[in-house]
Design a protein around this ligand. Sequence first.
Ligand code: THU
Length: 165
Amino acid sequence: MAKAINIPFIYEEYNRPEDLNPDDRELILTARDAALKAYAPYSGFLVGAAVRLNSGKIVVGTNVENAAFPSGICAERNALSNASANHPDDIPVALAIAAATADGMDAGPVSPCGNCRQVIAEEEYRSGKNIRILLSGKDKIQIIEKGGELLPLQFNRNNLKLNPR
Ligand code: THU
């Protein structure tokens, strides 16, 4: 007899950065600024990410593409790697993502790719804290309280049965 398991998923939606608290607003605007610095000559899709650390510091990343396409990196992983390398003891608590097309217009809310979801989930395991995800579109902002919820039934350290250092 099959048993249906329902995994609830709730997120918030806002129309404008002005409707957010000042920290979230700042993070979104920083991600939007970062998007304009992306190196995306192949897709023309510019993505910026801004990570808020527990100390309040913000670390940014952009997508950086490559003629060998798989060598490119997404904005989210670039920002999280940057945070890990430069502030290993400062926990990421929020991550804002914004995208622009080559003509400079903000695109719709962009949700992290599967690869980035996996990396976000790892950071949550590493710190034991949730990372709030803020997806910034032109007229819509979506907020997810815990990044790992974007990756139900995720593969993580429990599957490996190892004790990470
Ligand atoms: N990209 C990101 O940087 N983040 C996302 O969440 C989605 C996709 C990048 C990868 C590639 O450089 C371009 O956007 C088009 O896929």
